[in-house]
Design a protein around this ligand. Structure first.
Ligand code: NAP
Length: 320
């Protein structure tokens, strides 16, 4: 009998990459989309696994949906990734963002508790929960200071997960994930927006790229490595929360410079900082300390921000 893993939110970047990783490990993979009939399976198709997974509909906000899918799949590992995942968009759609993340997480935890099936649960948390860290890198003991509807919702999901672990003994844990990228990132995220614009400009589009704050600093990693960390968290003897990050923080300006240089361009000739694109509040400095993951999970990011730019650029260059 193959072990079944259920990925809630399989059509997204991490869902597709995690599905590939688990298939390679020999799992049977079930995955959910809010509407399996109309879902975009582009990510699953692009990495060649669309026909190797069982795709079902599940709205994480509807408890009966969640119970049915968890029961039918007989999953022993559940990866709850489904979310409106953009910080910027969470300021425009706070209700959708917060209700999806908080109710969705609660429904998954409550389903596992009531079914009593002992499934292990990974919940995708976020480094955004820490807010502005200053130079003090955030670890698992750092208090939260969320600065967006998205981060507030993720903080709530973290506490729900911890509460179900401590109150009912569920094997449920949160990965406090810092930014991680891949060619599967949609263009509404800044890394992909920058790289795609640089490519178009190098192809002669003549456009100018307008970005929000260039002085923000983030820890950017390579998404395929982060999905392995999720899996390792569920193989660990005890359910614990982990910061998952590279441990290196870079200004966005540096990411932009690297990205444009990869296409042989000087970014300063092509990029404008546009104050109207600033968010209502933004984290200036986001630093992470992933030492616990290295120590207990044997997980350490191998790819740096520069590698991420190179790998995403290579992928874009391969597109028609
Ligand atoms: P993504 O590409 O945006 O995928 C999100 C998935 O959630 C999609 O499969 C989508 O599926 C579903 N979804 C979208 N809006 C939803 C809503 N309102 N309610 C319920 N489901 C919704 O995200 P990702 O980059 O793979 O990230 C995976 C998880 O990690 C997310 O929870 C994200 O917040 C978290 N995270 C990501 C990063 C990062 O850098 N990538 C960093 C920290 C945390 P359908 O549209 O098919 O239903």
């Amino acid at each position: 009998m193959q072990t079944v893993a259920l990925i809630c939110g399989i059509t997204g970047q991490d869902g597709a990459l995690l599905a590939r990783f688990l298939l390679e490990k020999g799992y049977r993979v079930w995955g959910t989309s809010r509407n399996a009939d109309t879902a975009s399976t582009a990510n699953l198709v692009s990495i060649g696994i669309a026909d190797r997974i069982t795709l079902v509909s599940m709205d994480p906000e509807i408890g009966a949906d969640v119970i049915k899918v968890i029961r039918d799949s007989q999953a022993v590992e559940i990866y709850h990734l489904a979310a409106q995942s953009s910080v910027g968009r969470s300021f425009e759609r706070p209700v959708e963002t917060v209700s999806g993340i908080v109710l969705g997480t609660l429904n998954v935890l409550e389903a596992v508790r009531t079914l009593g099936n002992n499934a292990r649960v990974f919940v995708a948390g976020s480094g955004e929960c820490f807010g502005d860290t200053g130079q003090e890198a955030a670890d698992e003991t750092t208090p939260f200071n969320p600065g967006s509807p998205y981060a507030v919702a993720k903080a709530s999901a973290y506490w729900l997960t911890r509460n179900y672990r401590e109150s009912y003994g569920l094997f449920a844990c949160t990965g406090l994930l810092f930014n991680h990228e891949s060619p599967l990132r949609p263009e509404r995220f800044v890394t992909q927006k920058i790289l795609r614009a640089a490519k178009r400009i190098s192809d002669g589009s003549g456009e100018r790229l307008r970005l929000g704050r260039l002085d923000i600093q983030r820890d950017w990693g390579w998404a395929p490595e982060y999905v392995e960390a999720m899996w390792r968290m569920l193989q660990h003897a005890d359910p614990e929360d982990f910061v998952i990050a590279t441990g290196s923080t870079h200004p966005l300006r540096e990411f932009v410079a690297e990205a444009f240089a990869a296409f042989g361009l000087d970014w300063e000739q092509h990029v404008t900082e546009a104050p109207e694109l600033y968010r209502p509040s933004d984290i200036l400095l986001s630093c992470a300390n992933p030492e616990k993951a290295r120590r207990l999970l044997g997980w350490k990011a191998k790819f740096s921000m520069r590698d991420v730019v190179r790998l995403m650029t290579d992928s874009l260059a391969g597109e028609a």
